[in-house]
Design a protein around this ligand. Structure first.
Ligand code: MG
Length: 324
């Protein structure tokens, strides 16, 4: 290549908004372009700018009625809503779509338990059959997808597949069929890596991205800051490893699994930098509990105080997003 052209390319890369960021993985969207003068890789900026789309899970949204909850989200700077899985999307999907008309909220994921690690094929088949209509309902709602944790507990227990067997079966059979069904209905399955004490199977975002890539269309991955805090060496690196396959993010306090902003340890700037590098526009959804009621730990926090903490979280996450 001619020297002049090469110079221009270098100048462009030097000027890029993301020059200097270093973490790159094989599956990452932001591929390394070339080594710069300091030996650090240069990254391609995302084709679209990332957005912080804050989201709450259904049960945690203040308000009783559907309309009240959606009003709260809209009035307080949220862009998205996360719903329960199980029968919920089938029973409430139409009503929610109707209630969302004219609002600027999108339906992120449906979240609930799943298990594909049973050694008995009939039990795994039951689990697949259970989720097929849920996926159809999510497709109709234009939801991002169905969160799936392929296995919980100990795979060494009797009646469970080994991790090796489960990976093969999930990629070729159970996960594959759900993902194909999801792709057909315009949604996805979203693999969620958990902590080591919760699952021996899927603990890292990069691994989830690899499994999703092996499954193919209809499969994606998410990152949950709470789990990532224990399992990843870098929030940013982990998100970059997922690249375009990252479709959802859960967030909670990093010291305690409660609403962010209660402890000073709740710093997400590094992770947000990763999301910005990806041009991520999915939801960042709070999944966690609440601090104890100082007056009576058994009682739980009054709604008024919960609402105050939600608004405090919104402010904190916006500030940290701006810093990233
Ligand atoms: Mg989670």
């Amino acid at each position: 290549m001619g020297g002049r052209r090469e110079m221009k390319r270098r100048d462009f890369l030097k000027g890029s908004a993301v020059a200097g960021a270093a973490a790159v993985c094989g599956a990452g969207q932001a591929a390394a372009q070339e080594a710069g003068g300091d030996g650090m890789p240069k990254l391609t900026p995302p084709s679209q700018k990332a957005q912080l789309n804050l989201c709450l899970q259904w049960g945690g949204i203040p308000g009783g009625e559907m309309k009240e909850k959606l009003d709260f989200l809209e009035a307080n700077g949220f862009a998205s809503v996360e719903i329960p899985s199980g029968d919920w999307p089938i029973k409430n999907g139409e009503a929610l779509v109707e209630a969302l008309k004219g609002r600027k909220l999108f339906i992120a994921t449906a979240c609930g338990p799943s298990d594909f690690s049973y050694a008995e094929p009939e039990k795994r088949e039951e689990e697949v059959q259970k989720f097929l209509p849920v996926i159809e309902a999510l497709g109709k709602m234009k939801s991002v997808g169905l969160i799936i944790c392929p296995a919980r507990g100990k795979l060494s227990e009797p009646g469970r597949l080994s991790a090796k067997e489960l990976r093969k079966d999930f990629v070729e059979n159970t996960g594959k069929r759900l993902a194909e069904h999801a792709a057909k209905h315009g949604t996805s399955i979203v693999l969620e890596p958990l902590r080591r004490n919760e699952t021996p199977f899927l603990r890292q975002v990069a691994d989830g991205a690899r499994i999703a890539a092996d499954i193919g269309p209809g499969a994606s991955v998410m990152g949950d800051f709470w789990h990532m805090q224990l399992e990843e060496t870098s929030f940013m690196g982990a998100f970059l490893c997922a690249g375009k396959l990252l479709t959802h993010v859960h967030i909670a306090g990093l010291k305690e699994r409660i609403i962010p902003g209660v402890h000073p340890e709740d710093v997400y700037v590094d992770g947000f930098r990763g999301l910005k590098l990806l041009g991520y526009r999915g939801a960042v959804s709070f999944e966690g509990g609440w601090p104890k009621n100082p007056e009576d730990p058994k009682k739980g926090l009054p709604q008024e105080e919960r609402t105050r903490l939600i608004l405090n979280m919104v402010r904190l996450l916006r500030e940290q997003w701006a810093m990233a």
